[in-house]
Design a protein around this ligand. Structure first.
Ligand SMILES: Cc1ncc(COP(=O)(O)O)c(C=O)c1O
Length: 385
């Protein structure tokens, strides 16, 4: 390891885990056709909202009988809309192995105060024992833990014939991983994540069983207007046809449409997954040959192909006190930011000190190839003071 700067910089230094890199070739001109200064309930406005729902269905392969809605409050809004509307009639298993899972634990146990909530946890880098979940209960979980880089490997642990609902926050998984729709009753994600859209809206996808719950259960707590999906015990179908509950950003919508059209040009979901997998393999090859770094995700089967979280395994680093470790990891990230080679790659604040490098489809593998020598360079700089 030398003090010389590597020769090549990534062409696009955008490796943030959200908002994520824009798609290759994106410019503001992609938004030229936005329906601005018009009502979102106008004919062209509504057509665009409907188009976004249709393209989402086709790219993700969402079954015909699942509803897809555009909702307020990004992924958080979509998840909380589901939790507030559906939970209560059944006991709940909520899984947490990193920070966002902990948020949903807080919602279930502390905010909604659902007494029969069982919390199934694991430490950063690990996945909880999925077999502990009970299909008689509602199950709340993340497909991909964005802050630890640990994902569920598949849906085999979810019973086909289940009594409870499965509520899956898939914001850093959708468009990068296969989601087994028949195992999932609620799926949520945000525009700002894997396709590199703008922060604004969330997507809420409901199975027929989730809709049946909505129509048969009236929660005992007050329901904010932005969460209300039923009227007189019937689903408000318009929400799932582009009639949003409140006003969406038509500019963010145009951008989401642009991301979906790009996804279609690269082979849809298969193309998106292939790009994320290739990106992960660039980092995996580098990790294999680099002694100072390792994946935070212990089991290779659970390693994320989007939010790749890395820990620093060098004995110099592991001998440091926790505060000094955090400072050293953040120095690596800020050094690379200053050099303009990698933006926003510091690990999540609540995660063990390390780095987090986004590998979703909007990132080019050539940029990750260019990045790895810089990671070695920055580590050496910080280690050698
Ligand atoms: C798994 C997960 N859930 C929820 C969120 C919150 O998403 P948003 O800010 O889009 O509401 C994020 C954001 O990174 C996430 O990764």
């Amino acid at each position: 390891m030398t003090g010389n700067r590597p020769a090549v910089r990534p062409a696009r230094p955008f490796f943030s885990s959200g908002p994520c890199a824009k798609r290759p070739g994106w410019t503001l001109q992609a938004l030229n056709d936005a329906c601005l200064g018009r009502s979102h309930r106008s004919k062209p406005g509504k057509a665009k909202l409907k188009d976004a729902i249709g393209r989402t269905r086709s790219v993700l392969g969402v079954p015909k009988d699942y509803r897809i809605g555009i909702v307020a409050g990004s992924d958080t809004g979509a998840v909380e809309m589901a939790l507030w509307s559906l939970l209560g009639p059944k006991p709940i298993d909520v899984l947490a192995w990193e920070s966002f899972g902990e948020d949903w634990v807080t919602d279930c146990a502390k905010q909604l105060k659902l007494k029969d909530t069982r919390i199934i946890k694991a430490a950063y880098g690990e996945l909880p024992d999925l077999k502990q979940t009970d299909s008689a209960r509602d199950i709340v979980f993340l497909w991909n833990g964005t802050t630890s880089g640990v994902r569920v490997p598949n849906g085999d642990w979810i019973a086909d014939a289940r009594e409870g609902l499965t509520i899956c926050d898939a914001t850093s998984a959708a468009f990068a991983m296969d989601l087994p729709w028949t195992k999932l009753d609620v799926v949520t994600f945000s525009w700002q994540k894997v396709l590199g859209g703008e922060g604004a809206h969330g997507m809420l996808i409901l199975s027929p069983r989730a809709v049946a719950r909505l129509e048969s259960y009236n929660p005992p707590w007050p329901m904010p207007k932005t969460f209300r999906m039923t009227k007189d015990g019937k689903l408000v179908e318009g929400i799932f046809e582009g009639e949003t509950i409140n006003t969406p950003s038509m500019l963010a919508l145009e951008d989401y449409l642009d991301t979906l059209k790009w996804a279609e040009t690269i082979g849809g979901l298969r193309g998106l997954i292939a790009r994320a997998d290739r990106n992960l393999s660039v980092l995996a090859n580098w990790v294999k040959r680099t002694s100072w770094v390792d994946f935070l995700a212990r089991d290779p089967a659970t390693r994320s192909n989007t939010s790749v979280c890395l820990k620093i395994a060098d004995p110099w680093f592991t001998a440091l006190a926790p505060d000094a470790q955090a400072a050293a990891a953040s120095k690596i990230a800020s050094l690379l930011e200053k050099e303009g080679v990698a933006l926003d790659i510091g690990g999540y604040r609540a995660a063990p000190p390390g780095l987090r490098i986004w590998c979703g489809a909007t990132v080019d593998s050539s940029d990750l190839e260019s990045l790895t020598p810089w990671l070695d360079w920055a580590f050496a700089q910080v280690k050698n003071g």
